[in-house]
Design a protein around this ligand. Structure first.
Ligand SMILES: *Cc1c(COP(=O)(O)O)cnc(C)c1O
Length: 408
C-alpha cells in the first residue's frame, strides 16, 4: 500500500502532463516512430484549439444541442432512504445521446479532426459504446468511419454493431488473440500508421500515448465542472466524496479533475473486481497490477513475470481492460485519489437495486461505482453527501443481465 500524505498546495494539476506526456513516472509516448509526427501534430492542434473561442463555441454547441448537456445532478431519494446514511446524488451522464459519457470526448475529437482537414475517423471499441458514439459523431459531420472491434465482442454486442452500421460506419471484425478490446486497439493503431494523412484516430479513454490521456481528460472535465456548480446550488457546499468507476479512467478523471484541489472532497475510483482477485478473474489493475508499457503508455498493467498481458475478466465489458489511465496511477501514488473495487455480483446487485428503487437502469460499469457508494453511504451520517458518476445507461446490458438472472 502506498500511503503518501497529499498536500494540495504542492499539486499544480495544470502542469500535468509535462511536454512529453508524463504524469510523474507514468504516461509518455511509447509508439512506433511513424506515429510520432501524427501525435505531435495532434498535440499542437489541440493545444492551439482548446482556448480558441470559435473551437470552444462549436464544441459547446454540439455538446448542448446534439449530446444533450448539461446533465442533471439527481438526488436519489429512495436509494438514500433505503440505505439510511449519507445523501446519494447521481450525475446523470446516462442521459446523454448514445447513452454514456463517451460522446463528450467524441465530439471534442471529431471537431478537432475536422480542423485538421481529416475526412476519415477510426476508433476501437470493446462493448461498443465508444464505437456507437464515434459512428454517430461521424454521421453528423459527414466523415467516413471505421470501427475496429474484436470478433468475440461483436458477437456479444450484436445490437451495438447494428447501431454503428445504421450510422454508416464500417465495423471491422478483429480475429487476432483474445478477439477483444486489446486486439482491436492494435488493429486501429495499424490502420492509423498506414492512413495517417487523411485519418484521425478517436481513442476512447484517458489512455494510450500522449496527448490522448490529457486530451480525453479535458473533454470530460465538463462532468466535474457541472457537478461542482450543481451541488453548490443544491446543497450550498461541496460533497464529502465523489465516486466513479474506472475502466481506462475517462469518466472518473473527468469528474474528479476540478475537485483535485478541494482537499475536503474525497475522490474514489472503483475498478472491476470480477469474480475474485486472482489472475485472470478480474480487471482491478491496482490489485496485483505492475508497472509496464501497453499500447503507448507506461502505467499499471495486469501482466505476468515476463511482461505478457494477463487475461482479464469483468461482467462489464467497459471495465475489462489490462491497463489503467496513467494519470490515475500518478494521483494514487500521491494519495489524492483512492481506489477500491466491486465484484461482478456486487455490481449486479446494485444494478437491480437502483433500477427498482429509482427507476433508473444503470450501465453495469456504473453499477460498480453504485455498489461501492451504497456500502459507503451506510457507514456515513445523514448530513454527509456522496456523488456517484452514473457514466451510462443500462439498456445495452439488459439482455446480458436477463440471461444471468434466469440461468443461475
Ligand atoms: C466505456 C465506459 C466506461 C469505462 O470507461 P472510462 O474511460 O473508465 O470511463 C464506464 N462506463 C460506461 C457507461 C462506459 O460506456
Amino acid at each position: 500500500m502506498v500511503t503518501s500524505v497529499f498536500e494540495s498546495s504542492k499539486i499544480d494539476r495544470f502542469s500535468l502532463p509535462d511536454e512529453k506526456g508524463h504524469f510523474g513516472q507514468y504516461g509518455g509516448m511509447y509508439v512506433p516512430e511513424t506515429l510520432m509526427t501524427a501525435l505531435y501534430e495532434l498535440e499542437k492542434v489541440y493545444r492551439s484549439s482548446k482556448d480558441d473561442p470559435s473551437y470552444k463555441d462549436e464544441l459547446n454547441y454540439y455538446l448542448a444541442e446534439f449530446a444533450g448537456r448539461s446533465t442533471p445532478l439527481y438526488f436519489a431519494e429512495r436509494l438514500t432512504d433505503h440505505v439510511g446514511g449519507a445523501k446519494i446524488y447521481l450525475k446523470r451522464e446516462d442521459l446523454l445521446h448514445t447513452g454514456a459519457h463517451k460522446i463528450n470526448n467524441v465530439l471534442g475529437q471529431i471537431i478537432l479532426a475536422k480542423k485538421m482537414g481529416k475526412k476519415r475517423v477510426i476508433a476501437e471499441t470493446g462493448a461498443g459504446q465508444h464505437g456507437v458514439a464515434t459512428a454517430a459523431g461521424a454521421a453528423r459531420f459527414g466523415m467516413k468511419c471505421v470501427i475496429y472491434m474484436g470478433a468475440v465482442d461483436m458477437e456479444r454486442q450484436a445490437l451495438n454493431v447494428f447501431r454503428m452500421r445504421l450510422c454508416g460506419a464500417e465495423v471491422v471484425s478483429v480475429e487476432a488473440g483474445q478477439k477483444t478490446l486489446k486486439e482491436a486497439i492494435n488493429e486501429a493503431m495499424r490502420d492509423w500508421v498506414t492512413n495517417v494523412k487523411n485519418t484521425h484516430y478517436i481513442l476512447g479513454s484517458a489512455l494510450g500515448a500522449h496527448p490522448y490521456p490529457m486530451m480525453v481528460r479535458d473533454f470530460h472535465r465538463i462532468i466535474g465542472q457541472e457537478t461542482k456548480e450543481q451541488i453548490l446550488e443544491k446543497e450550498g457546499r461541496l460533497p464529502d466524496e465523489l465516486i466513479a468507476c474506472v475502466g481506462g479512467g475517462s469518466n472518473a478523471i473527468g469528474m474528479f479533475f476540478d475537485f483535485l484541489e478541494d482537499e475536503s472532497v474525497k475522490l474514489t475510483g472503483i475498478e472491476a473486481g470480477g469474480t475474485e482477485i486472482t489472475c485472470g478473474n478480474h480487471a482491478a489493475r491496482f490489485e496485483g497490477g505492475k508497472l509496464g508499457v501497453l499500447q503507448g503508455c507506461k502505467t499499471y498493467i495486469l501482466q505476468d513475470h515476463d511482461g505478457q498481458i494477463n487475461l482479464t475478466h469483468s461482467i462489464s465489458a467497459g471495465l475489462d481492460y489490462a491497463a489503467i489511465g496513467p494519470e490515475h496511477a500518478y494521483y494514487r501514488d500521491r494519495g489524492r485519489i483512492n481506489y477500491g473495487y466491486a465484484t461482478d455480483s456486487e455490481a449486479l446487485e446494485a444494478f437491480q437495486q437502483v433500477s427498482k428503487l429509482e427507476g433508473i437502469i444503470p450501465a453495469l460499469e456504473s453499477s460498480h461505482a453504485l455498489a461501492f457508494a451504497i456500502k459507503r453511504a451506510a457507514d456515513l451520517s445523514k448530513d454527509q453527501i456522496l456523488v456517484v458518476n452514473l457514466s451510462g445507461r443500462g439498456d445495452k446490458d439488459v439482455e446480458q443481465v436477463e440471461k444471468i438472472l434466469t440461468n443461475v
